[in-house]
Ligand binder design. Sequence first.
Ligand code: HEM
Length: 389
Amino acid sequence: MSTEMRRFRRDPLASIEHLRHRAPAAVFRLPWGDWCVGDADLARAVLREPEFNGGMSAFFGSLLPSRSNQVAVGRAVRDLLRARVPDFRDGLAAAVADLPATSRWPAAGTALVHRSLADLLLHPRTPSRLRRTVEQAARGGVLVRPPHVWQRAWAEVLRGRLLTGVAEEVAQRRASGTGEPRDVLDAVIGTCPGGMTDQAVAELFVVLFRAIVAPVGCTVAWSVLLACLHAPGSPWPWPVDRVVREALRHRPMAWMVVRPAPAGFGDVPVRAGEVLSVSPYLAHHDERHWTDPDAFRPDRWAEPGGHGPYLPFGTGPFTCAGALPAQVLITATVTALTDGARLTVTGGDERPVLADGLVPRPFTLHRSAEEVNDHDRCVATRLHEPDRP
Ligand code: HEM
């Protein structure tokens, strides 16, 4: 294993920052051989320009036959989530009420988000066996790749069961006909081309299940962890929406997105078809564009300048279809966790593990009823004032 690969395994973020600083050109090699765009302006251009973004989105793999089908599915799921935010809030209130005073994160965060979304993913009259299978899959490593080989093997078993169960449900719903979408599965069935097999529709549902729950859960975990580490023992001195925005900047779950390189790219010998990676993480930590980029500073979002390219949801033609509802769900969850409660963490640090994205290392969250004193009341009043940029 190369020295750089060892460094990467130890601390992936420090490793790619080191490679970027050392690189003479705007594009450099990653330890595993792919190219990475280090320059923030070029990164934004790669995500936006047609020469890098023609054809189909890799997000859906080869599950759908055309780009217009991909766009239609993304929009249908986004619209369903947007319309059902009130139901999400109801589920969230119950899930937060049941959260024990001490919980292990990030797993508890993903479970919390999954429980709050469960009725939106599969409506309550879906056979309870399938809903239990989804629950097991969410807890068993299907959402976020687990660290150990045996856990990954078990997650594959659960994923297989999930696909079988969802495919049976797809067949059932297709036979009886779906009207107004009641859940994400109806939205997917309603927009998929009729010729797709039940199995392919089920796979698409599982892609979306993971794409929705995992990054929302992990971003909630990063928001809670970073805010607690930077405001220990006190109510947070920042409004929740600033905390969430800053967590998405400082530790973007989607830290790397990839595109196939076109021929003759840049001033380095990139060959057509090689993998070109764009890192929202690097773009968010570029000192030429951001003031004090390595600091977790939610108040930067109340300041007029000092903001560079902000790409937690990508940008350009393949930008995240669910960016707006995702922000609403994350902010609602963090707000519910902090409402009337004081949060502290033990055992957490800012270094991520890489598991389909930047995931916080395990930490313990302690949540206790808030004792409101005069100082806190004063801070709380400030927090509820509207944000003035
Ligand atoms: C914190 C939460 C989320 C993050 C950080 C996130 C991040 C991203 C990113 C970076 C991309 C672009 C990938 C690329 O350029 O190759 C993407 C694509 C996508 N995301 Fe999200 N996402 C989140 C939540 C959601 C949710 C809730 C939905 C549900 C609708 C969703 C649906 C999609 C879809 C359908 C695409 C593919 C868009 C296309 O290619 O047309 N995402 N997401």
